[in-house]
Design a protein around this ligand. Sequence first.
Ligand code: RP5
Length: 171
Amino acid sequence: MSQCSNILVGIVMGSDSDLPVMRKAADILSSFDVPYEIHVMSAHRTPQRAHHYAATAHTRGLKVLIAGAGVAAHLAGVLAASTPLPVLGVPINSGALKGLDALLATVQMPSGIPVGTVAIDGSKNAALLAVQILSTADVSLQDRLLAYKASMESQVAEKNARVQASMGFGQ
Ligand code: RP5
């Protein structure tokens, strides 16, 4: 789902090489029927485009931004500097330092400009957080989140049952 008229979440990433990670965020948003758009832009390679996107996103009706970038990952912070929307940062494992550089660059924001930072390559959780933010004003979305949590609980119970059986323990 992308380029809908009622887009609520903007996913941006520093390069197309980030797509394998950021696609997981898109998949979560799709599974909750949350309209999103997805773009490549860079804090360093396309600074004006990144600023314009951030400064205008709320005027187009977007509610949350998710920004993934690797290495000197300033994308989420640059977006956060120019938007009133919540920005969720995804540090991406690319380059020699395997995401630790991106984690520190994304999370260590100056006071006054928050970026909600998830784990390295944690795009799935960023999307779930975006859904949770949206659900505070959408009861049906909240119901689907509760169902999602219940389904995870069932999956863990099934996994436990399989482990018990394979290890020869009774239930
Ligand atoms: C970052 O540099 C991108 O977010 C990406 O994770 C990394 C490598 O980019 P490419 O060289 O693949 O374009 O800006």
